[in-house]
Ligand binder design. Structure first.
Ligand SMILES: [Zn+2]
Length: 201
């Protein structure tokens, strides 16, 4: 992994959602493509994440890392599995995960239980996964509205936690996107090229 570094730190729980079957694809795509539960990323992303440690320690929290670098190979497979406009970037070139400059995250308590947010990370729920696998996107599309930063009908606690995560990530050099509360891009991501498939194992 020439351009990527492996991220491991005890303040973070490495739990890549596409390395297991409990995700919107219902498949362990990262295992199938020869990767797995390993969080690779550009070193600038790693350095930004490490700046969160004082906050995590002071607040007795951890951060769950649900996605990091995504090999273009895995992205293409995921696009095939869910051909739903708006869910996936239309090509690896357009996904910051494939550039090593994006992470999907949430905060957890010290025991690793996620704080309350308006949806699960990736808006995942088994029912939606089954519907989407059967080609029915209608309910999931409605559910996805709850993943937006401007969705304020969730519980006050969920809204507060989403806002806290946003301020926190912005404070160390990330920026949010409007439609996924869990997704953060490194600022100036435009300057980082696509990282081709590199064999992680
Ligand atoms: Zn993401």
């Amino acid at each position: 992994m020439t351009q990527l570094v492996l991220f491991e730190d005890s303040h973070f729980i490495i739990d890549l959602m596409y390395a297991k079957k409990e995700n919107m694809f219902g498949r362990a795509v990262y295992e199938e493509t020869g990767y797995g539960n390993k969080a690779y990323m550009h070193k600038d992303v790693k350095n930004a994440l490490l700046r969160l440690i004082p906050f995590l320690e002071q607040n007795n929290l951890k951060m769950r890392l649900c996605d990091a670098y995504r090999p273009p190979l895995a992205h293409e497979k995921m696009q095939e599995l869910i051909p739903f406009p708006g869910f996936m970037a239309l090509s690896p070139e357009l996904s910051n995960h494939c550039h090593g400059t994006a992470v999907d995250v949430c905060l957890t308590d010290i025991n690793g239980h996620n704080l309350i947010y308006p949806t699960e990370v990736d808006a995942y729920e088994k029912t939606f996964q089954q519907q989407v696998a059967a080609g029915d996107f209608a309910e999931f599309k409605i559910h996805l509205q709850k993943a937006r930063h401007d969705y304020n009908e969730a519980s006050p606690e969920a809204v507060k936690n989403r806002q806290q995560l946003k301020s926190l990530m912005e404070s160390v050099g990330f920026e949010s996107i409007p439609h996924e509360w869990w997704h953060y891009n490194l600022k100036n991501w435009q300057n980082y090229p696509l990282i081709p498939n590199e064999k992680a194992q």
